[in-house]
Write a protein that binds this ligand. Sequence first.
Ligand SMILES: NC(=O)c1ccc[n+]([C@@H]2O[C@H](COP(=O)([O-])OP(=O)(O)OC[C@H]3O[C@@H](n4cnc5c(N)ncnc54)[C@H](OP(=O)(O)O)[C@@H]3O)[C@@H](O)[C@H]2O)c1
Length: 322
Amino acid sequence: MILDIMLGVVAAGSLTALCLVSFKLYIKLTTGICYSQVCLRGKTTIVTGANTGIGYQTAIDFAKRGAKVILACRDETKAREAVSEIIKETNNSNVVYKLVDLTSFTSVRKFANDINSSEERLDILVNNAGAGRLGNKLTEDGIAIVMQTNYFSHFLLTMLLVDLMKKHPSRIVNVSAVGASAGKIDFKKLTSFTTEANQYIVTKLCQILFTIEFARRYKNTNITAYSLHPGVIKTEIFRNLSPIFRWFILFLIDTFFKTAREGAQTQIYCAIENGLEKYSGEHFHDCKMVKRYKSARDPSLAEKLWQESERIVKLRSVEDQI
Ligand SMILES: NC(=O)c1ccc[n+]([C@@H]2O[C@H](COP(=O)([O-])OP(=O)(O)OC[C@H]3O[C@@H](n4cnc5c(N)ncnc54)[C@H](OP(=O)(O)O)[C@@H]3O)[C@@H](O)[C@H]2O)c1
């Protein structure tokens, strides 16, 4: 009897171990890697939120390829450290940081003005910075903080840099998340706080819809746009979870999912892979184009979001028309 129970426990343990190893193997085998050999010498790139996580890894990759890399960060100490690490690792001294706080439209406008007056070209813009669980605070612009950080500020930044990007073939890469598939936009509550989990996925859906509408509106220009889900990755994005839950999540991710370097691959791919232009507006997972989520298939939703976004960020203000 006891022997039967022991054998049963051993069998169940072995089966569980086999399932876990198979799952890990599946994740590793399906992790998309960007194998492109494209050289970025002479190109200028901006990565928002590049002092850590997948933004940092993206900046390293662009620097290795010879690009000028501008790290768009909010914390000067972290940004300076990241720049010096990247220069040390890549031997590319053309890596700089510029400060931008995505919770403030004034800061975004200042950053964009600086770029427009100091750079002659902009070939790649990766709208990567993001955060979750920021609480129900409003920004100085009166917008729910996660909506402004993840979406509205990137919308504004992109639109302020569009003229510079039009000068040469260029790409916009919007870092979304698979959670966007469960997102639902309530236009009456676009700027106000709803629930924490819902708001994050709505920001990620907005990035996809923005990409679709951008591709439609800028079809006959030099600029193309892509959105993507980078995977489940061990980064600081989980910093605002409770300590025990964070430890548990990071343990799981560390064991089964992606490193930051692996997580950066799809955005690098969207930014540099040759021949992607015809897929402008499309969404990517693991360095492959995927079918749009159901939540992002209605083109009228994308158009409406664009119009609302223009109004909310005051894109057509006198300042922008100068
Ligand atoms: N990690 C995942 O599993 C996962 C999954 C799906 C999607 N994503 C998306 O991937 C992107 C990168 O995230 P990550 O995982 O690399 O996270 P991360 O390590 O936390 O990096 C986020 C970056 O965004 C910056 N940032 C946050 N708020 C900002 C603000 N107000 N102004 C300027 N910069 C700000 C952070 O700067 P500080 O260091 O100064 O805070 C940091 O550089 C995000 O858009 C995220 O939603 C991640």
